[in-house]
Ligand binder design. Structure first.
Ligand code: PEP
Ligand code: MG
Length: 576
């Protein structure tokens, strides 16, 4: 029995047998072509690209109708990369000028492209090299007539199996899901890669970046994949297997119990109603929000509208997306203005690609928006115009300075006047809120509350900035601690400041969707939780089991506890 660790995706556990897809190993041949062979070599290259394009298009056309929209988006992104001159045209010049074969011409350009991406500071862009490799591999396979990925041929045997492979392209992830694989493990890849994002939304438990997976795991071996812990247990002994079967069984049982709560109210035992909202990324996510019976959307991350495209969406396009969301849900929708930069880089938004030193502390979110009115104004206009069609609230990410907030509020007033003059309808009293995700904003939450209609605590960034740990840097992940006394104090300060000012305080960071913290957050005074729709029932269950009147002693003890282990035990006790 051996346990391997990687980056876990999803919360599920899968027990099954391994199918190791070695992926065809390709030795890229290198040889010279004579003058009279050049045209046929060029034709061979163009045919390979054409074949690769049709394979991807065919996969895209066979995406199951219930698959999330990202599935198609990622495949489109690969199709677009195949049109990139560096991949589609420059190798032709190399064949012509240097008289080399198509495979080696392509490889040379691919390698320099990958090197350029590898040197990028930003993890999101660094991850793009994976996409380039996947696209180039597909073309090489066509040049070399290698069987496609070994995947297309093993469709039958895949149901219920755990796929182990060096790397998976988004297109293959969709294909494998279609063939009912139950989980996958890859040697390469990071937790914010396209494949990982896709696995999360397709609800496939996965472990990525598990170096050596294809070396250590044998075909047919029994495995336990634990997406929550990021572990794969190889050939587990009976005791471990029984324990996991138990956990797996309990998970199913809990799931059934949760289902029964779908339409129940989120009210504590002592009668305090709690608002449960959903975090969404795309208009399509409204369906999951409705299924979860959420009270509304507490965080609509608009960055996703700007991804995988060359130009930012127009005002009209954004207006239509926001209107679609609010008219479909008919419940309050909190639209967050653009939070680009740092870990959220996109092509279309032209964020701070040049910032190399410290992007998380640089020109991101509201700073970038104020710096680029051409990006910000169309979004503010679109949000305001959509507010005429339903209860929309506007939320500003990463506020840190009152001056900056003042500039945003002035700009919103200016745009309202402009819209009025142009005869566009909008909600004159649209609530404007701010995300509390920088310690400065939490410490001075009273000052921010005096200028805003609501606050929402973004714990993902608040923890990163309070503890000075880059949220996407593996090396310091172990320091990411929602229970750090400084974090708990900042959360409490924000909630208290909101209460004193009569301004509602929500939480929309990941912490709000983690059931082990629910009682703690209720005890700290939180009454509005926003999370990915799938976590909502679990949180509702805890809320319904909680009596607020019993929490205060625990909370006092937790807030004054000096020993981290004791504090953790107190939170566990509270949760039990
Ligand atoms: C947060 O920082 O907690 C948050 C909700 O925003 P994001 O994760 O999009 O930065
Ligand atoms: Mg944030």
């Amino acid at each position: 029995m051996l346990t391997l660790h990687g980056a876990g995706i999803g919360k599920g556990i899968t027990i099954g047998t391994a199918v190791v897809l070695q992926g065809p190993t390709m030795d890229i041949p290198e040889y010279m072509v004579s003058d009279d062979e050049i045209e046929s070599e060029i034709a061979r290259f163009q045919n390979a690209i054409q074949a690769a394009r049709s394979q991807l298009s065919s996969i895209r056309d066979h995406i199951p109708s219930n698959a999330p929209s990202e599935s198609a988006m990622f495949i489109e992104a690969h199709l677009l990369m195949m049109d990139d001159p560096l991949i589609a045209l420059e190798p032709l010049e190399t064949i012509r000028n240097e008289h080399v074969n198509a495979e080696s011409a392509l490889q040379r350009h691919a390698e320099s492209l990958v090197r350029a991406f590898e040197e990028m500071e930003d993890p999101y862009l660094r991850d793009k090299k994976t996409d380039i490799n996947q696209v180039v591999n597909r073309i090489q396979q066509n040049l070399l007539n290698v069987d496609q990925e070994d995947i297309d041929g093993i469709e039958e045997g895949l149901a219920g199996k755990i796929v182990i492979t060096t790397d998976l392209a988004p297109a293959d992830t969709v294909l494998l899901k279609h063939h009912k694989m139950s989980a996958f493990v890859t040697d390469l890849g990071g937790p914010i890669s396209h494949t990982a994002i896709l696995a999360r939304s397709l609800k496939i438990p996965a472990i990525v970046g598990l170096h050596g997976a294809t070396r250590y795991i044998r075909h047919g071996e029994t495995l336990i994949v634990d997406g929550k812990r990021g572990t794969v247990i190889l050939s587990p002994d009976q005791e471990v297997l029984d324990a996991y079967h138990d956990r797996y069984g309990k998970n199913l049982h809990i799931q059934q119990e949760l289902e029964a709560l779908r339409t129940s109210e989120a009210v504590t035992r002592d009668g305090q109603p709690i608002q449960l909202m959903a975090n969404i990324e795309l208009p399509e996510d409204i369906e999951a929000t409705q299924r979860a019976y959420a009270d509304g959307v507490g965080l609509y991350r608009t960055e996703y509208l700007f991804m995988n495209r060359q130009e930012p969406p127009t005002e009209a396009e954004q207006f239509s997306a926001y209107k679609q969301v609010v008219t479909a849900l008919k419940k309050p929708i909190t639209i967050r203005t653009l939070d680009l930069g740092a870990d959220k880089q996109v092509d279309g938004g032209r964020p701070n690609l040049d910032t190399t030193t410290n992007p998380a502390l640089g020109l991101r979110a509201v700073r970038l928006c104020l710096h680029e009115p051409g990006l910000f104004k169309p979004q503010l206009r679109a949000i305001l115009r959509a507010s005429a069609f339903g209860p929309i609230e506007m939320m500003i990410p990463m506020v840190s300075s009152l001056d900056e907030l003042g500039q945003v509020l002035d700009l919103i007033e200016e745009i309202k006047q402009e819209l009025r003059k142009q005869g566009h309808a909008y909600d004159e009293h649209i609530p404007i809120g701010g995300m509390i995700e920088v310690p400065a904003a939490a410490i001075a939450a009273d000052l921010f509350a005096s200028r805003l209609n609501f606050l929402s605590i973004g714990t993902n960034d608040l923890i990163q900035y309070t503890l000075a740990i880059d949220r996407v840097d593996d090396a310091v992940n172990y320091l990411y601690d929602p229970l750090h006394p400084s974090v708990l104090r900042l959360i409490k300060m924000t909630i208290d400041a909101g209460n004193r000012a009569g301004v509602p305080v929500a939480m929309c960071g990941e912490m709000a969707g983690e059931s082990r913290y629910t009682k703690l957050l209720l005890g700290l005074g939180l009454r509005n939780f926003s999370m990915e729709p799938d976590s909502l029932l679990e949180i509702k269950k805890v809320i319904r089991e909680t009596d607020l009147t019993t929490l205060s002693d625990f909370i006092r003890e937790i807030l004054t506890c000096a020993d981290p282990n004791e504090l953790r035990m107190l939170v566990e006790k509270l949760d039990s």
